[in-house]
Design a protein around this ligand. Structure first.
Ligand code: FAD
Length: 322
């Protein structure tokens, strides 16, 4: 059985690798030989170097038309798959990654495992681990035919790999498939108004729920997030009440996160919320109701009023820093 693991790395609009690269390459290194695929429309040498820095043992670079959505990436995956005959293909479980992985698996008639929180290997091949039904069950999927294409949840893999010496970089000749693709006509950069980390893939998340009572009250969530250098999340009830933008919603119909630290403030812990955060490594909950279901999954539960507990936590963090 081949030990090559093909890893699709994504790029940001600023032409750097996204943060998912390091975890994916580290996971691939644990399974076999990590071969990175980077697709770019311009200078790809810096992307290749970034991939090496994140642990790639071999780098394939492909030029693709950046004005077409997904299809150039699928064409590059197609060519890379033929070049290296991998035992599995790892793709970030981002919006674009899911699109590319699904199209690629369909095109090559390969099995697809989505939203994995880990990967492993047995003597028959690569396996994907998933956390399902609101984090209530851990399941493992294996393919009965062909190498598995796996989308890996952003932030789910903590491992990191070292740079290796003498990494070969190969240019792929990619034959354009002419499959229908949406064309990007215009890109308008939105200037980030916050220095906070992005929710997807963040290593720490502070989320607030209906218990914050108002948009003004929700500022407390943002203050604790800033004190911890964390991203801001929310329950659906907080979003529906207009305390915070819908992009912050964590859960079944929101974003799934797997941070090292998840702090839930004034969140009851409904199954639909837990579905998006239960794989966090450490869960801290503050709720004034000792019976709140969030305490069943919390590593540290504080029964109390958020408006009493959280300012003390922020003050303690600031005192530690000064
Ligand atoms: C199909 C479907 C999909 C859904 N998808 C999602 C989803 O993606 N994400 C999501 O979050 N929900 C989702 N929901 C909604 C979910 O069922 C819950 O209604 C929601 O998560 C509740 O949000 P909450 O915990 O903020 O509010 P509540 O359930 O009202 O809980 C508020 C909590 O705050 C506590 N509290 C109140 N005041 C204070 C205080 N001063 N200090 C400390 N604690 C206080 C209360 O004790 C309570 O536990 C979905 C529901 C459905 C049906």
């Amino acid at each position: 059985m081949t030990d090559t693991i093909l890893v699709l790395l994504e790029t940001t609009p600023a032409r750097t690798l996204t943060r998912s690269a390091a975890g994916l390459l580290a996971a691939a290194r644990e399974l076999g030989t990590a071969v990175a695929l980077v697709v770019g429309d311009g200078e790809v040498a810096t992307l290749a170097d970034e991939a090496m820095g994140a642990g790639a043992e071999r780098v394939l670079v492909a030029r693709g038309d950046a004005t077409a959505l997904t299809v150039p990436v699928v064409d590059a995956l197609d060519a890379a798959f033929d070049r290296v005959s991998p035992a599995a293909v790892l793709v970030p479980n981002s919006v674009d990654g899911r699109d590319a992985a699904a199209r690629f698996a369909a095109r090559r008639h390969l099995p697809l495992a989505v939203d994995a929180v880990g990967v492993e290997r047995d003597d028959q091949g690569v396996l994907a681990r998933h956390s399902v039904y609101g984090g209530g069950y851990d399941v493992t999927s294996a393919s009965t035919f062909g190498p598995l294409v796996v989308t890996v949840r952003l932030g789910a893999i903590d491992a990191r790999a070292d740079r290796v010496a003498d990494v070969p970089v190969e240019t792929l000749d990619v034959a354009a498939s002419d499959a229908p693709a949406a064309i990007i006509e215009r890109v308008e950069p939105v200037v980030a108004t916050s220095a906070r980390p992005e929710l997807r893939g963040a290593s720490a998340v502070v989320s607030g729920g209906r218990g914050l009572g108002s948009a003004e009250g929700f500022a407390l969530v943002e203050q604790l997030a800033d004190a911890l250098g964390a991203a801001v999340g929310a329950s659906r009830a907080a979003v529906d009440a207009g305390y915070v933008a819908a992009a912050a919603q964590v859960g079944q119909t929101g974003v799934s996160v797997s941070p090292r630290l998840y702090v839930a403030l004034g969140i009851s812990g409904a199954i639909q919320h837990r579905a998006g955060m239960q794989t966090a490594q450490t869960i801290v909950a503050v709720n004034k109701d000792p019976e709140a279901p969030i305490f069943a999954i919390a590593d540290l539960g504080i029964v109390g009023d958020v408006f009493t507990v959280v300012p003390q936590a922020i003050a303690a963090l600031e005192a530690k820093r000064s």
